[in-house]
Write a protein that binds this ligand. Structure first.
Ligand code: MG
Ligand code: MG
Ligand code: MG
Length: 299
């Protein structure tokens, strides 16, 4: 095994964890995670009998291969003194390097799809690898409801499902999302920070969290606590802190935010009330939340 770690972003989601596991296995590297896994990822790793990778919160001095991210605000701490040997991702590119490296990006719905597309021959012989990659696709595309979903994602998912022995893909997708939506016993900060990403937009630091729920009413009585936490985060660190509560069944997102409401109102052509608004059809942070905000903030 080569002494290179394959690692996903901070606040790991299913796609970043399974991408690290799959790439490491295929390339004979070591898989790692940049933080604790969430309930959804825990559910699918147990289901397919795959162990949780080593946690590496600081990558200083290490050789790393990044999956499912490329912006330095999302890379594990110590990145500025790590050697990045490769990147495999499906996000917009905000990356530069001093040395040549492997870099592969495609606008598919999940990094898992790119890996499956590139290495299907190897995955065919490994049902549990196929199962976790299928989970990565279903998780990131919100069971194919996100506008980031492509025909390739659906085709690749079908092939993976047949290798993994999953009969009903969509039913399995909803099962995964339900495991991830179990917010019982989770604190407000855990819900907000569980899938929180930082972006640099026109020189301003913006933080955006997301939670995807089959029923968003479960969060109603803690909305004000979430906004209070966003206010604190804004004061300490951000120009703006936003939480998207994504409504899987009705296909939309409720945004809770701290910061200038004019930015939200202008970016999404909506009205806000008490730092809240509902945006119909909004499912994807990378495709529908980040670009309009970036446009306004870079003006
Ligand atoms: Mg991710
Ligand atoms: Mg992803
Ligand atoms: Mg996501």
């Amino acid at each position: 095994m080569k002494d290179i770690y394959v690692i996903g972003h901070k606040n790991p989601d299913t796609d970043s964890v399974v991408s690290a596991i799959a790439c490491a296995k295929i390339m004979d590297y070591k898989p790692a995670i940049a933080g604790d896994i969430n309930k959804e990822t825990d559910f699918i790793l147990k289901k397919f009998g795959v162990s949780v990778p080593e946690k590496l919160e600081n990558i200083s001095g290490k050789q790393v291969f990044l999956v499912d991210h490329n912006e330095n605000t999302q890379i594990a701490d110590g990145w500025d003194s790590a050697e990045i040997v490769g990147v495999l991702d499906h996000h917009k590119i905000n990356f530069s390097s001093l040395a040549p490296l492997f870099f592969h990006a495609e606008p598919l719905g999940a990094t898992s799809s790119i890996i499956a597309k590139l290495y299907m021959e190897k995955i065919r012989a490994d049902a549990s690898l196929a199962g976790i990659l299928l989970s990565g696709i279903l998780s990131d595309t919100v069971v194919f409801k996100s506008p980031t979903t492509t025909e390739d994602d659906k085709k690749i998912a079908e092939e993976l499902a047949s290798i993994a022995g999953i009969g009903n893909i969509e039913e399995f997708g909803v099962e995964i999302k339900k495991a991830g939506a179990d917010i019982s016993g989770r604190s407000v900060s855990d819900i907000v920070e569980g899938d929180f990403k930082e972006f640099n937009m026109g020189g301003k630091k913006i933080g955006i969290g997301q939670v995807e729920l089959p029923d968003i009413s479960v969060i109603e009585n803690i909305e004000d606590d979430i906004i209070a936490l966003l206010n604190k985060m804004k004061e300490n660190k951000y120009e703006m802190a936003i939480m998207a509560i994504t409504d899987i069944m009705n296909e939309g997102s409720k945004l809770l935010f701290s910061g200038d409401k004019n930015i939200i109102e202008k970016a999404f052509s909506v009205r806000t009330e008490n730092n809240k608004t509902y945006i119909k059809g909004l499912m994807s942070r990378k495709k529908q939340l980040v670009p309009p905000l970036e446009k306004i903030l870079s003006e």
